[in-house]
Every structure is written in structure tokens, then in C-alpha cells.
Write a protein that binds this ligand. Structure first.
Ligand code: NDP
Length: 337
């Protein structure tokens, strides 16, 4: 049972050296009375929030991984043994699993059955999973969007950003995204249907760049990165604008000069800035799956996925989220079935 374990608590941006791949024991039978299932892991999700679990911080909203233990994350897996009447051998599930070939899952409240249909299984950790749902809940529930709004999204080609942009376009908004390479900027404009996009790494003055892309200002900023981009976006907000604070991935490589200076803009322009966690909106999950799966089937939503083959490549794939190596949703394929 190949496994990926955390070596130590991580300081700064994570690297693949913070994790190691080892050979561990596999339990292939669910002991009677445990109420759990044994699964064969197929697809594992690399998500920026997992960085927060690699730090020695027991006061976080989510408990830390312990050094020496197998990393946990969202995944898609196949049930190979079951001591639970809700799951049968051969079922496909998505939810919390381990970064290993086989996992024993006893916290079955964190997994759910999925149908194997025309939607690829890996989509259940991305477009139709937690990141997609974050985009859906964040956009409709936090941003209070209106037709014609000027919408700006950072880390726009990523798992969350790409769907926020496409939902905003369907809603009749004007949408601009920022990303960290020419390849990503071209994908935003040519494949994902954004009105415009730019490479933030090419800009000497982020605020001036936003002013060029939004001469009338920004109504909605969907913030995935925090730091300097948030500061620049604040200066370019319109009266009564909304800033949805989804994540701050840039803060993992934070330096003192990156601080926020423009918070008083919230008062001057009566901006609503709101942090949110997708888990607060889980009652909307069924609506989300129906809505986004239909948009995808109708060709109204495109999905960019970056699949790395092999569990041994999971540490590098995860670390790549913090240097922008992933082009679209980062997934690791452990086995195809
Ligand atoms: P992505 O697929 O967007 O991957 C992360 C991307 O962040 C990278 O590809 C890179 O893109 C960008 N990035 C990395 N470092 C920096 C940096 N220093 N400055 C600017 N951009 C950087 O990840 P997700 O879509 O899964 O997550 C996006 C955000 O949403 C994260 O902040 C995450 O924590 C948050 N999130 C919040 C949730 C919630 O409930 N609130 C739930 C899920 C995610 P580029 O090349 O463009 O720089």
C-alpha cells in the first residue's frame, strides 16, 4: 500500500520534500462491527486549503495533519469491502480519503455514493466537487451578482476561478481574470469565454492594470489570492461593490511588503467584503450538481483539469499549486478503476 505522509510541519510555501512516499500496510477487509468501508483510491484532489493542515495550529477550523501520518484529502474511490449497509462492494464514492492506494474509511459521514455515468469520475473532486461548489456558493450567495456587473477574478484559471468566471458570463456579467502565465491567460480568453484576462506577473503596477481593464471600476472581486492583488482591487472597486474573500493563496509566500493598505476603501465606497466557507452552504449542494452538470452537458461550461498520473507524483503536484504549475484543477490519478 503505497502512501504519502507528511514529514514535518511546513513553514512557508510547501515543497515536495515536505512529504515522502513510503510502503505501508493495507487493510483490505473491513472488520465486522467497524461500520466502515475499505476503498481503492482512484483520483485524489490537491487543494490549497490542505496547506493549512500542514502547520502546527490546533486552533484552525480544521485539525492539522500529524508528521508521519498519511495525508488526507478529497478523493474518488471504489468500495472493495464494506461493513456498512449504505455502501456495497463495487460502489463509487467521493469524499475524505487517504493519499494511499487503499484506505479504510470509518468516518462514513464524510463520503457519499456517486453514479458512474457520462460524467468522468475525476470531475467529482473538481467541477462537481468541493472547488466547483465553492465557486457556485461564493458567486451566487456571497457576490450578490447582477446582470451587467463588472467582475474580476484572481487565480482565474484554477479549480474555483474557472467556474466563477463561466457562471458570471452566463449571468450576463463582464468578466476579467488574472493568472500567472501566458498559457493560462490565453485559455481564459480563448477557451473559457472570459471577456479579458491578464498575466499579473507582467504588471509593474497592479492597480493601474486593473484601471485599464475596468475603466468604470469593479462591482465584484472574487478573491482567491489576497495580498497585493486584493489591495489593488480595493482601490478599483465601485460604490457598493462586493469582495468575496474565498482564499489567500499568495500569503503562503508572504513578505512584509505585501500588507493591505487600502482597507479604508470599504468605508469610502460602502463595499461589502465577506469571507466565506463553502461548508456553510452545503444545503445547496444538490442544486449545484444539477445546475453545473447540466451546463457542462449543454456545452455552456468548459472544465480545465490537470491530471498527474501516479501517487508518487502527488507531493510535487500539491507543491505546484503554490508556484502556479497547475493548469486547471490539479488531480492525481492513483488508478483508473
Ligand atoms: P487553484 O487551482 O487556483 O490553484 C492555485 C493557484 O493559485 C495556482 O495555480 C496559481 O495560479 C495561484 N497562486 C499560487 N501562488 C500564488 C501567489 N503567490 N500569488 C498569486 N497567485 C498564486 O486553486 P483552487 O481553485 O482550488 O483554490 C483557489 C482559492 O480558493 C485558494 O485560495 C483556496 O484556498 C480557496 N478555496 C476556498 C474555499 C472556501 O470554502 N472558502 C474552498 C476551496 C478553495 P497562477 O498561475 O494564476 O498564479
Amino acid at each position: 500500500n503505497k502512501q504519502v505522509v507528511l514529514k514535518w510541519f511546513v513553514v512557508g510555501a510547501p515543497t515536495e520534500k515536505d512529504m515522502e512516499v513510503r510502503e505501508g500496510k493495507a487493510e483490505l477487509k473491513a472488520p465486522p462491527g467497524c461500520g466502515g468501508v475499505v476503498v481503492k483510491n482512484l483520483y485524489l484532489s490537491c487543494d490549497p486549503y490542505m496547506r493549512a493542515r500542514m502547520r502546527d495550529n490546533s486552533s484552525s477550523y480544521i485539525p492539522p495533519f500529524q508528521p508521519g501520518s498519511v495525508i488526507e484529502g478529497f478523493g474518488v474511490a471504489k468500495v472493495i469491502d464494506s461493513d456498512n449497509q449504505n455502501f456495497s462492494i463495487g460502489d463509487y464514492i467521493s469524499g475524505m480519503t487517504g493519499w494511499e492506494e487503499y484506505s479504510m474509511i470509518t468516518r462514513v459521514e464524510h463520503i457519499k455514493k456517486i453514479e458512474k455515468d457520462d460524467i468522468p469520475l475525476s470531475f467529482h473532486v473538481g467541477l462537481l466537487g468541493m472547488p466547483g461548489f465553492t465557486a457556485y456558493a461564493g458567486f451566487y450567495e456571497v457576490c450578490a451578482p447582477k446582470k451587467g456587473d463588472y467582475v474580476f477574478i484572481s487565480a482565474a484559471s484554477g479549480a474555483v476561478g474557472q467556474l466563477v468566471g463561466q457562471l458570471a458570463k452566463i449571468h450576463g456579467c463582464y468578466v476579467v481574470g488574472s493568472a500567472g502565465s501566458k498559457q493560462k491567460v490565453d485559455l481564459l480568453k480563448d477557451k473559457l469565454g472570459f471577456d479579458d484576462a491578464f498575466n499579473y506577473k507582467d504588471q509593474t503596477d497592479l492597480s493601474a492594470a486593473l484601471q485599464r481593464y475596468f475603466p468604470k471600476g469593479i462591482d465584484i472581486y472574487f478573491d482567491n489570492v489576497g495580498g497585493k492583488m486584493l489591495d489593488a482591487a480595493l482601490l478599483n472597486m465601485r460604490l457598493h461593490g462586493r469582495v468575496a474573500v474565498c482564499g489567500m493563496v499568495s500569503l503562503h509566500s508572504y513578505t512584509d511588503t505585501d500588507g493591505i493598505h487600502n482597507l479604508f476603501t470599504l468605508v469610502q465606497k460602502r463595499i461589502r467584503m465577506e469571507g466565506f466557507l463553502q461548508s456553510d452552504y452545503l444545503h445547496l449542494f444538490p442544486n449545484f450538481v444539477e445546475c453545473v452538470a447540466n451546463y457542462h452537458r449543454q456545452g455552456k461550461i468548459v472544465y480545465l483539469e490537470d491530471i498527474k498520473e501516479g501517487l508518487e507524483n502527488a507531493p510535487a503536484a500539491f507543491a505546484g499549486l503554490f508556484t502556479g504549475k497547475n493548469v486547471g484543477k490539479q488531480v492525481v490519478c492513483v488508478a483508473k478503476d
